[in-house]
Design a protein around this ligand. Structure first.
Ligand code: HEM
Length: 156
């Protein structure tokens, strides 16, 4: 029987690693999709949506659940500022995920429509939507890094 603290910490840490990696990989795929043909972009965005569904979404569910489990095991409470701020940042992360998902679905449907018409390049609408989605993805990465630092260093 594994030590519950180690099991909870493993689950928490593993979900954080998956979420941060999925965010970075999605960003790289987006960069590639932006300069691709509509057909290629549609396939690449399929991979992004799959990563969101199979990795990012479940990780964002496991992080608060395992975090709560850790709280019950360690006795840390929300009166600790580092923990309170991290919980607020986690809520922000879930909000950016849902917002980003909407924009990524829109990007996918724009690329799909363009591919159906056999266009050779992505329409301006794609770039406009991409410019809204990019800061959300980058912001989510910064928020993750801030929460990560707070959890490790517990500065206050
Ligand atoms: C609802 C949200 C969260 C709660 C309730 C929560 C709670 C906790 C608790 C109680 C610990 C144990 C601290 C210890 O044993 O020293 C912990 C560890 C940790 N958390 Fe969170 N957490 C949350 C979100 C996050 C997020 C969003 C990240 C990063 C993106 C994160 C990264 C970490 C890491 C890396 C550790 C291990 C720290 C260590 O072992 O020194 N957590 N978390």
């Amino acid at each position: 029987m594994p030590d519950p603290y180690l099991a909870a910490n493993f689950l928490h840490f593993f979900a954080v690693i998956l979420m941060v990696n999925a965010n970075i990989i999605n960003g790289l795929i987006h960069g590639q999709a932006k300069v691709s043909t509509p057909l290629e972009a549609s396939t690449l965005l399929n991979a992004v949506l799959l990563t969101n569904r199979l990795i990012m979404g479940p990780s964002l569910l496991i992080i608060p659940l395992s975090g709560y489990w850790l709280m019950t095991l360690t006795g840390y409470e929300l009166t600790e500022s580092w923990l309170f701020i991290s919980v607020a940042l986690s809520t922000l992360l879930i909000a950016t995920y849902l917002l980003g998902l909407r924009l990524e679905r829109r990007l996918h449907s724009i690329a799909n429509r363009s591919a159906t018409f056999q266009d050779s390049i992505l329409p301006i609408e794609y770039n406009r939507t991409f410019l809204k989605a990019a800061p959300i993805g980058f912001g989510a990465l910064l928020v993750s890094l801030a929460a990560f630092s707070l959890m490790i260093f517990k500065p206050f």
